[in-house]
Design a protein. Structure first.
Length: 266
């Protein structure tokens, strides 16, 4: 695993250097949370600003770097190397949205994220060319690389037992956009077990059981160390309870407790 991570980071460095040397925009495939975390670890002090989706020029990425997945709260994202400031022109992310819906809604199955993903991967598609899938149980909106979006549109015709239609659209409906709630609360320390206990409203002892059963993830990686201290921008997922973005400490109390902030996905 460590060797794979180092190879991945080496590839990121190579793309950044090529972009800078050739004054050329370059894009990765869609990356998962763990891979995005590895990219941010390269950026050092600039990582927090990069994680917000801003285009940032820094020593690690001299032509600029931007993270984007097609919508504001994307979990799976592309990396774009290059910037308008460095190249004097802009180039959009090659991401399209595929709307997937039943031919006859009256006779359609109900669907899960897994149903849509399984049908898409059964076309022989690599997961890395597709981003998030947003679904309301009756239809879905898939973010995909432009070239692959057309292939999916032309070839995906069934999910479960339901015949479906695919259309490439410009945006997702307002009701499907991911929303967040800003929350602040007090914890004894910035340890992940203390933060998780506040998120799920359980005792620390019951939270330790979540660690033991591998139900807590940070940036897509299983977290088994309850004393781990997340950094601002880290994504914390707790199976069965949802996902939050950790925003860090807002202030310390006189008694040494931490007031922390999170963005809860709702």
């Amino acid at each position: 695993m460590a060797n794979e991570t180092e190879q991945f980071k080496k590839r990121i460095h190579e793309l950044s250097e090529t972009s800078y040397t050739n004054s050329q925009y370059l894009f990765t495939d869609f990356l998962n949370e763990a891979e995005l975390s590895d990219v941010l670890s390269i950026a050092g002090n600039a990582s927090e600003e990069i994680s917000t989706g801003k285009t940032v020029i820094c020593s690690a990425f001299p032509s600029g770097i931007t993270i984007y997945g097609g919508h504001t709260m994307s979990t799976r994202c592309m990396i774009r190397f290059g910037s308008e400031e460095a190249f004097a022109y802009d180039e959009p992310f090659p991401i399209s949205i595929v709307h997937i819906f039943p031919r006859l809604a009256k006779f359609a199955d109900t669907f899960t994220h897994r149903d849509f993903l399984g049908a898409i991967l059964n076309l022989g598609i690599d997961r890395k060319v597709t981003g998030d899938i947003l679904t309301d149980g009756t239809q879905a909106w898939l973010f995909a690389e432009e070239k692959m979006a057309k292939f999916i549109k032309d070839n995906l015709d069934q999910v479960k037992h339901t015949h479906i239609i695919c259309e490439i659209v410009d945006d997702i409906p307002k009701e499907m956009q991911v929303h967040t709630e800003h929350l602040e609360f007090q914890v004894q320390s910035e340890r992940i077990d203390a933060i998780a206990a506040q998120i799920v409203k359980l005792s620390r002892s019951k939270v330790l059981e979540l660690f033991r059963t591998q139900k807590i993830f940070v940036n897509g990686r299983t977290m088994e160390n309850p004393s781990f201290q997340p950094k601002s921008g880290d994504m914390i997922s707790i199976r069965g309870f949802g996902k939050v973005r950790y925003l860090g400490t807002t202030r310390l109390t006189r008694k040494g407790k931490c007031n922390i902030a999170i963005e809860k996905f709702i």
